[in-house]
Design a protein around this ligand. Structure first.
Ligand code: TMP
Length: 210
């Protein structure tokens, strides 16, 4: 595989979309073929699964159903979009990937990291992001931003304790995978955050074969 796999993670409302747009332009201007995508979603099938997952009317969805649906959406996304792009030497920027399931379903829902990883083995195989940016924003600030933008979805509607566990889970993962996960304070200006991300990307490209 000769491409570059970049993922952006964070609590809801951390500003991932804005940063993905800026990073896409940055890398396209450097001459890379860039594919921006998201989870759950990124393919027609995965987008349909997304609708089921986040539908506010699906209040009776069990934790295991939720975890399997995220993994199913990811399996399709990985084989239809991510792997072909990477094999073609392109750059994939994904808004969320497996770390989201470990944190939201594994830690925040309390299903455990081991179970989530074993379910997702079928979806991701050996694939791991080359670099992950964690936009760190306190959960209460993130949900406030989201509330102003649109109606909250099924996951965003969860109680404050859930979002706090998501936040704590991300910090825990970032400490464990220091080399891969770069933590960026999401309260900085859009430009500041972008230049920090761009600096990490320049370093990664300089040390890779892409
Ligand atoms: P988004 O709003 O960032 O597009 O993501 C949709 C919601 O799904 C968000 O609240 C995070 C959540 N999520 C999980 O719980 N597990 C996952 O594996 C993924 C990818 C997202």
């Amino acid at each position: 595989m000769s491409g570059l796999f970049i993922t952006i993670e964070g609590t809801d409302g951390a500003g991932k979309t804005t940063q993905i747009g800026l990073l896409e332009k940055y890398l396209t201007d450097k001459g890379f073929k860039v594919v921006c995508t998201r989870e759950p979603g990124g393919t027609p099938i995965s987008e349909k699964i997304r609708e089921i997952i986040i539908d506010r009317n699906n209040a009776e969805m069990t934790d295991i159903t939720e975890a399997l649906l995220y993994a199913a959406a990811r399996a399709q996304h990985t084989s239809e979009v991510i792997l072909p792009t990477l094999n073609d030497g392109g750059v994939v920027i994904s808004d969320r990937y497996l770390d989201s399931s470990i944190v939201y379903q594994g830690f925040a829902r309390g299903m455990g990291e081991k179970l989530i990883k074993s379910i997702n083995k079928y979806a991701v195989g050996e694939l791991e992001p080359d670099i992950t940016f964690l936009l760190r924003l306190k959960p209460e600030d993130g949900i406030l931003r989201k509330e102003k933008q649109s109606e909250l979805d099924r996951i965003e509607m969860e109680k404050a304790g859930f979002h706090q566990r998501v936040y704590d889970g991300y910090i825990r993962l970032s400490k464990r995978y220091k080399d891969r996960i770069k933590v960026i304070d999401a309260l900085g200006s859009v430009e500041e955050i972008h230049s920090r991300i761009a600096a990490y990307i320049d370093e990664l490209i300089a040390n890779s074969s892409i």
